[in-house]
Structure formats: C-alpha cells, structure tokens
Design a protein around this ligand. Structure first.
Ligand code: ARG
Length: 468
C-alpha cells in the first residue's frame, strides 16, 4: 500500500484519526465477516460487469478476480487477519485486495458504494440460508408424515381447553403440525422470492454516473432482476424483517409443538417417550429424564420474536436513504437463522424417534368420556332434538363420573334409564374407534381419511422440494 497502512480507505477528508473507542464502537467486522463469501461473490460480479462495460480492462478485471479468489482462500484457511481498523468485512477485503494486487485493486470500488454492496451481500446470504433452512424443514415434515402413517389409526383424546374432547387419530394430530409447517415453507419461499432482487448499482443512494449494466450484475448473481429504485435499495431492510417474522411464526409453531411434547412425555401423562438421546438427567434426582430439547426450543422462540421487534424498531425511525443504524441488522438476522435452523434440526432428528404409548392414549380417550358427543348425535339420529340429547348425555356422564364407568361400559338397561330410545346398536358409536371412524370426510380424523391426507401431504412435500 502506498499510503500509511493505518489510514482508513475513506480517510482523505479527515485531519485526525478516529478515536480508538469510536473505531471499535462503529466497527462491524467481528460479526459481518460472516458475509465474506457473499461479499467476494458480489465483488466478482461487479468487476465482471465493469469490464463488460469497458470501465475496467480485461487485464484489470482478471487481476481483481484472481486477487479475490486468493482472499477467499485466505479466509478459508484462516490466514486472513480481520482488522477492526478496517471497520467492516467490505473494507477488510478491499484493503487486502489492494495489498495483494496493488493499484488495480483500488478500481474495484468504481461505481459502487458499501451501501449497495452490503444490501447485496445480505440478500445473497439470506437467499442461500433460506435454502438450508427449508431443507431442514422438509426433513422434519417428512418425519412427521412418516410418524402419522405409522400411527394413522392410533386413537387418542383430542383436546379443547386441555380437556379430553373427542377421540382422534394420532396420525391426524401429527398432520395438523405438518399443515402449520407447510405454511411456514410457503412463507419462506415467498420471502426468498421477494428478496431475490439485486441492489448493486444503486451505489451510495442515487446510482452512479458510470455506464453500468445492472441487469448483467443481477443475472451474474442469479437475482431475478435489479431492484427498481436506488434509494429504496440501499435503505430498506423489510426483507430481513419479513424473514424474521416468518421465522418467528415458525418458531411459534415449534414452541407449541414443544409444549405438547413436554406434557406428553411427562410422568403424569406418559403419552409418548422421547428418546434418551434427546433428554438429559438431573444432577440431584436420579429418576429424572428431562425433555430438554423441546423445552429449549420453546425457550428459544423468545429470542427470535425479540429479533423481529429489534429490526422493526431499527427501521421505523430511518429517513431515506442509508443510515448507519442499518449496521445493526446483521446480528438479529444471523441469530434468527441460526436459532431456527438448529431448532428444526433438533426436531427433524427427534420426531421420527418418538415412541407412542398406544394403550395409554386409548385409555386416556376412554376415561375422558370422549364419545359423549357421539351418544348425543346417536340420540339426534333417533329423533331427539340436539339440546335434549345434550342434557340426556350430560346426566349419563355425571353418573359415569360418580361410578367411574365409561359410557361404553354401561349396561343397556342403565343407558335406557337415561333414554328409552337407546338400543343395542348404541355400542357401535360408544367405542373410541367407532367414534373416530365416523368422522369420515375430507380433513376429518377417520383413519381412512388420514391415510388419504398422508398421500396428499407426501405429494405436496415432494413438489415443494423440487421447487427449491
Ligand atoms: N458496515 C456497514 C453496514 O453494515 C456497511 C455500509 C457502510 N456504509 C456507510 N455509508 N457507512 O451497514
């Protein structure tokens, strides 16, 4: 470097060097070095475009491309020393390029600003990261659908108000989670499509006077198109807010699911057993097997919701165009992606290994009088008005509770004491299996409907996978 090595790349206008604390306070390299691969990718596209437009010679372009490849290798091997004095990932790489190839390196920043550069880097990073997250989500969905198939006719109590309500298929219950995760998939894809536009060429805020080709830059980087407006491109981070919001919804789903698994795995419920490898013990109580993975996922949802609020707050006070506030976007984005990815990974590994305690589930369905609605519907079919039927069954349940007898275990004479219209055929509807099988329509819990839903869910997941 021909100048004093400690002087910032923007140092020309300054008569004193930056205060040491301010330098450290304003630097972002400790965390934005994560964008290095995308920064190099973007710089290579920019240099290629500049040469295609005659702004750089092909010799200059090749020197820049080779230098950038060398820096990528240095980063890969850990040889590159990141410097706080060089503030951020962009200036660390640019300064290193100038060290490596000399004055030609100084031409890379022609027609560009760190403002369009960083906006491009984050979009590239998020675009790639959403692919990785979606693959993990797909793996979890595939495991859920397999579990649903294994347990398609396993009967369990369905709940409202956490009270046993009506018998349902365990497979049907798993498919409910799969629907939520499917919508998360859709939201991730839509978010990815929307952010897939190239800000390069917006420069600081107003564009540039060089004869650039923004369509070429965009296509070199695989973006759908260049962004429409240079001011908007360098300033708004709504795509990051959208990603964090989509991630928050997905984490909310995982947190609900976690809550169920914690209950189901408890000694009081014993609906399922989580595999030992996803649980930990207690340092004092030898009998304990704690469902740490779902508890932690439930807990981690909070930090992602927090990141969403951080980014909304970060953006809300900013006039156009770029402001340094935006440097604060990165840590919430990175942590959101990491938290969601790790939570999905844990679930994708754990769900296929859940043991379902079928007899406990069935007993819980029976003990909860979950076929009471079926008895009421039976009476209605025999000509009794629903309100009267509700009253009759209510009395039968009250006696069942008092005598600890399930409706299906009551004798015909006992049942006829509540309504003379009851016949021996009542037992067809009083069993939990009969009740479950009678919800026999699209989206219902009858095992043959669950089987059909599994086929549809598999086909849809395969189609989503191809989209990726
Ligand atoms: N490190 C900065 C950021 O993350 C890069 C853009 C800096 N631009 C500027 N005009 N200071 O936002």
């Amino acid at each position: 470097m021909s100048q004093n090595a400690s002087k910032a790349l923007w140092g020309g206008r300054f008569s004193e060097s930056t205060d040491a604390f301010v330098q450290a306070f304003t630097a972002s390299v400790s965390f934005d070095q994560r964008l290095a691969a995308q920064d190099i990718q973007g710089s290579k596209a920019h240099a290629t475009m500049l040469a295609a437009q005659g702004v750089l010679t092909t010799t200059e372009r090749d020197a820049i491309l080779n230098g950038l490849d060398q820096i990528a290798a240095e980063i890969e091997s850990g040889a590159l020393i990141w410097s706080v004095a060089r503030e951020d990932v962009h200036m660390n790489i640019e300064a290193r390029l100038i060290e490596l190839i000399g004055d030609t390196g100084k031409k890379l920043h022609t027609g560009r600003s760190r403002n369009d550069q960083v906006a491009t880097d984050i979009r590239l990073w998020l675009r790639a990261t959403i692919d990785v997250i979606r693959a993990e989500l797909t793996r979890l969905q595939a495991g859920l659908i397999d579990l649903a198939e294994r347990e398609f006719d396993t009967v369990m109590p369905g709940f409202t108000h956490l009270q046993a309500a009506q018998p349902i298929s365990f497979g049907h219950h798993m498919l409910a989670w799969n629907e939520m995760l499917h919508r998360d998939q859709e939201r991730l894809t839509q978010c990815q499509t929307r952010l897939n536009e190239c800000p390069l060429g917006s420069a600081a805020l107003a564009g540039t006077s060089y004869p650039i080709d923004r369509h070429l830059s965009a296509s070199l980087l695989g973006f759908r198109k260049p962004t429409e407006n240079s001011l908007d491109s360098v300033s708004d981070r709504d795509f990051a807010i959208e990603f964090t919001s989509v991630a928050s919804i997905a984490m909310m789903h995982l947190s609900r699911f976690s809550e169920e698994l914690v209950n189901w795995n408890s000694t009081a419920w014993q609906f399922v057993d989580l595999p030992d490898r996803f649980c930990t013990g207690s340092s004092i109580m030898p009998q304990k097997k704690n469902p740490d993975v779902p508890e932690l996922v439930r807990g981690k949802s909070g930090r992602v919701f927090g990141h969403l609020i951080s980014l909304l707050t970060l953006m809300k006070g900013q006039p156009l165009a770029y402001n340094k506030d935006n440097q604060e976007d990165k840590e919430p984005i990175f942590d959101t992606a990491e938290t969601l990815f790790h939570s999905l990974r844990a679930f994708a590994d754990m769900v296929p290994a859940i043991t379902v305690n079928r007899s406990v589930l069935k007993d819980a369905a029976i003990n909860g009088f979950s076929t009471a609605t079926d008895l009421a519907d039976y009476l209605v079919r025999k000509g009794i008005a629903f309100r009267d039927a509700h009253e009759i069954v209510g009395r039968a349940v009250a006696q069942g509770v008092a005598t600890q007898t399930d409706l299906a275990a009551m004798s015909l004479t006992t049942l006829q004491g509540f309504s003379a219209i009851i016949d021996a055929d009542v037992y067809n509807v009083l069993t939990v299996e009969g009740s479950m099988a009678s919800r026999d329509h699209y989206g219902g819990t009858a095992p043959n409907q669950v089987k059909a839903a599994i086929l549809r869910a598999r086909a849809r997941l395969a189609a989503e996978d191809i989209d990726q």
